[in-house]
Design a protein around this ligand. Structure first.
Ligand code: AMP
Length: 281
């Protein structure tokens, strides 16, 4: 595995891979790797000649009161996991490498972002798209791999890639969970013991809602999820809970088309998100 920290070295390996006509699968992450990330790697390996992973905690996608500083980081552990999982190129840029100057232009997300994380994390998706624009230009992937856990991110990235005719496939990988159903997340390490014991209720409530959607009563479906989650007492609050058509994130009008139920729960030190997509593929 090659570890690369600067732009010139990355450009050089990408250029030589392209020259050899190797396809490139790209897995952008913020590190503190877990099996969710590795499911993306596995798909990328299966579909490409080489796999590039980036680990970069991107400051521009964090708001001023969010957890940029405290986001879990462990480069030694990540490097060894990346190596074990067969990554070819691990890109570990610093903030100065990715943002050497203040930006002349940023990418502004304007569709699919008026709700959920777009509404509660101001500027979040602008930061995500801006860093992805940089990374896509550098890595020139044939396919980029994203997790369904961040479903709104997937929808925004798919829209961006289509808008700008970017020559890459966006591949979406199902959410990898702990045995008790909790979605794997780097932020899970910040749950207290009791919060960790309670947090699987999020997935449990969403799963149960799957059955109730047949009755086409949005208010009831959401009220039931809220009631189940709130049976546990350790979380601070439900930051959002709502349902939309997927992937448009427009209000539910056609119950036969794919619907997403998305939730965000704030614990003392961790903000967890999860979702369930009902119908469609
Ligand atoms: P992150 O490092 O949290 O920014 O995540 C990097 C990528 O891994 C994103 O595309 C996430 O959606 C994806 N990912 C994170 N957690 C999971 C999971 N539990 N299952 C599948 N993909 C995930």
């Amino acid at each position: 595995m090659k570890i690369i920290r600067n732009i010139e070295a990355l450009r050089a390996v990408v250029a030589s891979s392209k020259k050899e006509r190797k396809t490139i699968g790209f897995v952008p992450t913020m590190g503190f790797l877990h099996e969710g990330h590795m499911a993306l790697v596995k798909a990328a390996k299966a579909e490409n000649d080489i796999v590039v992973m980036s680990i970069f905690v991107n400051p521009t996608q964090f708001g001023p009161n969010e957890d940029f500083e405290s986001y879990p980081r462990d480069e030694a552990r990540d490097t060894s996991l990346a190596e074990q999982n067969g990554i070819d190129i691990l890109f570990l840029p610093s903030v100065e490498t990715m943002y050497p100057e203040s930006l002349t232009a940023t990418i502004h997300a304007q569709k699919r972002v008026s709700v959920l994380d777009g509404a509660t994390r101001e500027g979040h998706f602008d930061g995500v798209l801006t860093v992805l624009a940089k990374l896509f230009h550098l890595v020139q992937p044939d396919g980029a791999y994203f997790g369904q856990k961040d479903a709104q991110q997937v929808a925004v990235v798919q829209g961006f890639v289509a808008d700008y005719f970017l020559p890459l496939k966006v591949r979406v990988i199902p959410t990898v969970r702990e045995q008790d159903g909790l979605a794997k997340s780097s932020r899970n390490v910040y749950l207290t013991e009791q919060e960790r014991a309670d947090a699987p209720v999020i997935h449990m409530a969403l799963r149960r809602a799957r059955m109730e959607v047949k009755e086409k009563d949005k208010t009831r479906v959401l009220a039931n999820i809220r009631a189940i989650v709130n049976q546990k007492k350790t979380h601070e609050k439900i930051v959002y809970l709502d349902m939309y058509q997927y992937p448009s994130f427009e209000p539910v009008e056609d119950w036969e088309k794919p619907i997403i139920i998305a939730i965000c729960v704030q614990y003392s030190k961790a903000r967890l998100i999860d979702n369930e997509i009902i119908g469609g593929a």
